[in-house]
Design a protein around this ligand. Sequence first.
Ligand code: ASP
Ligand code: MG
Length: 470
Amino acid sequence: MKTLVMKFGGSALGSAAALSQVLSIVLHESKKWTNLILVASALEGVTDMLFEAAHLAQMGSSRGYRRIAATLRARHLGLIEELPLGNLESTALEADVDRLLFEMLDICQQVASIPKENLSPEVGDRIAGVGERLSARIIAALLRQNGLRGVAIDGTDVIVTDAGFGNAKADIDLSEQRIKTHLVPMLSRNIVPVVAGYIGVTPDGRPTTMGRGGSDYTAATLSVCLNANELWMWSDVDGLMSADPDEVPDARVIDELSYVEVAELAYFGARILHARMIQPLEDKRIPLRIRNVYRPQQPGTLVRHIDNAIEASRIKAITSIHGLALLASRSGDLHGIIGKIQDELVLALGTPADVMITAQSSGHSMVCFVIPPHVGLGSLESLRHSVQSRLHESEVPESWTTHVVSVATLIGVNLNHSSLTLAHILEQLGDLQLLGLAQGPSGCSVSLIMHPATAHEALGLLHQLTLRHL
Ligand code: ASP
Ligand code: MG
């Protein structure tokens, strides 16, 4: 018995042409697998518009959110009209679109009628999740029209999450129970479920969303609960790239990565996969493929379990992220303040998770924190003030400096095996200046902190290392 979960991203669903690609992929795979489960994202751009509608509702602008609902209606009905669907299917779909958008308008109206400072994330989720419920119904209808037993399922029926509205976390055990009762019986009746991604439900029945890009996470959760043989994620790119092609023109598709490498890749700036999806897949060793709906003959990128013990050191990708850094230094010992900075970080920056890299010189005379730019230079300054106010005069660093920095991260396997690897990296940079270097404990990443002005050249040079073994 072989089970495949396929997730289709918004960029693979936007037009009738894209949907006909989706259809031919599904028809092709349906012959090869015992069980096929599809997960749908909203059509490209739809979730952004729903967020905008929620925002307008909160501002009390009924004209604003109505305009968005009208645009969404026209967009979905236009697409339905273009699809080769019979009369019955298209009439039923049109009624579904109207019903779901009406529901959304109703919530917007409730929001608009009780003006509040902030929109509650719980209400926001009920608006934001409409896009996936719409697209799943369209795909299911298209399958039925073509001889498959497609049935749209709302994520709220099968994915149970915590109450972290806006960025909820899936509960694998509870989801598995729902999947066993709702989904598995369908599979044995040869139904192809089309699950609306991104949305879930709390154990007490309140709808949630799982953060931007959350359909990936839906797909991973389903794969784990169903013990799928593989998960394929379809979008409009050929796979994960060795660098951002906008920054490095000779970037290529990476053929294979381990789960750890892909997690590092996502963490250090590749905006591709949902951060929470990798761990559950890794736990069950479910292989993940990233493929292009427009070029299904391409193999894409395969993410799977790789035994590092038998691999030679190799750099597979390079990412870049722009950040902000606070450096504290003095000629004596900074030992006492490092703990205080760590405590203050939690208070000043919100969560320690906002700190991307911390680096400390061996003599404890320099300590450096790198945070993403959205956290803000102001927070670094307030961090500095609050730490400084807790220090004895004798402890105060001689200099505190804040910098805008770029962090280039090399991702690969066994990068910590020998110092020769680091030597190669540094040699490649020639006389470009570095502010810091940090190695990840997994041996899968080396991050270089540098001035933004140097970053572009450095990325090009470092990318050349991805083409050869070290
Ligand atoms: N539609 C949601 C978003 O745009 C979820 C997803 O596409 O995975 O974030
Ligand atoms: Mg995505």
